[in-house]
Design a protein around this ligand. Structure first.
Ligand code: PLP
Length: 345
């Protein structure tokens, strides 16, 4: 906003929910605001009870954190000693890498295939060779939006060395049917991460959780901040969980937004990657042109972002917007691509 001198942008750059949090979550948080002088429950008991019911597990198999980004730091601190390897796809969601570097681990990389999908066969092969302490994988993936099916995921998990832990980032799992996800297995070498930031529209509240064995959860309990979770976020998350109708509405609207972006890409002759998330990557032929298109969109008041690493760096990534936001994006993109400097060949 400062760069453009605008006071408002069409925010389609950070995969935030354009549909907001549940009105019931807002009401519950608003009603509790006068009690902001209290610390939150350090054990998040009510929220963990509700989450345990949702996932058919015990509250002792859940730890609540200040979002997935926070929880990934706990995983690295708990399991990756300085100098030890941790594996991820180069160019995937970056926070895990930041923690690995920050805590002195050694990053080992797999890659995306030319079609933009993470190469999970290569990733498993590297894991068998390097035996990393942690293998990080986002499914659905960010920034590609790609989704690895339940069967493929099961084969991948089975192919990993038993001394490696799979850190499965499921930030976008709420946009996928449960029957398409890896079944709820609770084993020491599997940690799954979930968040209220995406489908639940509460990114600014900073709250998410990890699902794993009681033993792993106990380990996180030793190193996490006792009062690290915003009390109001605990209250909002609990209310959001109880508003299924709203979540279903968000998921349906998000699917509609993806279809609108696919349609726009077809109209403009641009390729896109099929997405199971709340964003779509639209191909701009080269990294240079993608950057230019992103910059030109910003000058027109539309904020999108683009992946940084090849082969996805030739795409722009646009988050699911409301209908007016989608319209503003479409209009701006058509105008940008009609100008000779940024037209597609
Ligand atoms: C948005 C996102 C996150 C961040 O989640 P928070 O709970 O807000 O920290 C983590 N992983 C992926 C893949 C994401 O896209």
């Amino acid at each position: 906003m400062r760069e453009t001198g605008r006071r408002e942008l069409v925010r389609l750059g950070a995969n935030e929910s354009a549909f907001g949090p549940s009105p019931k979550a807002v009401a519950a948080m608003t009603a509790e605001l006068p009690r902001l002088s209290w610390y939150g429950d350090p054990e998040s008991l009510d929220l963990r009870d509700a989450l345990a019911e949702k996932h058919g597990c015990a509250p002792s198999e859940i730890v609540v954190g200040a979002g997935i980004d926070d929880l990934m730091g706990l995983v690295v601190r708990a399991f990756v000693a300085p100098g030890e390897p941790a594996l991820m796809v180069r160019g995937t969601y970056p926070t895990f890498l930041y923690h690995v570097v920050g805590y002195g681990g050694t990053a080992v990389y797999g890659s995306y295939r030319d079609d933009g999908r993470p190469d999970i066969e290569e990733l498993a092969a590297i894991a068998r060779r390097a035996v990393p302490r942690v293998v990080y994988f986002a499914n659905p993936d960010n920034p590609s939006g790609d989704f690895v099916s339940r069967d493929e995921m099961q084969r991948f998990y089975d192919a990993l060395p038993h001394d490696s832990l799979l850190l499965l980032d499921e930030a976008y799992a709420d946009f996928v049917d449960d029957s398409d996800l890896l079944p709820p297995v609770f084993e020491d070498r599997l940690i799954r991460l979930r968040t209220f930031s995406k489908a639940y529209g509460m990114a600014g509240a900073r709250i998410g959780y990890a699902l794993s064995t009681e033993s792993n959860i106990r380990t996180f309990g030793k190193i996490r901040l006792q009062y690290g979770i915003n009390r109001n976020a605990q209250i909002g998350a609990l209310a959001a969980l109880q508003d299924d109708a709203f979540t279903e509405y968000v998921v349906a609207e998000t699917a509609r937004a993806r279809e609108a972006y696919y349609g726009l890409a077809r109209e403009l002759g641009a390729p896109c990657i099929e997405s199971r998330t709340n964003f779509v990557c639209v191909g701009m032929e080269s990294a240079q042109r993608a950057t230019r298109v992103m910059d030109e969109l910003l000058l027109r008041g539309v904020w999108v972002r683009k992946p940084g690493a090849p082969p996805l760096d030739s795409y722009i990534r646009v988050s699911a917007g409301t209908e007016p936001m989608r319209g503003a994006f479409a209009q701006a993109l058509r105008a940008v691509l009609a100008s000779p400097r940024t037209s597609l060949s």
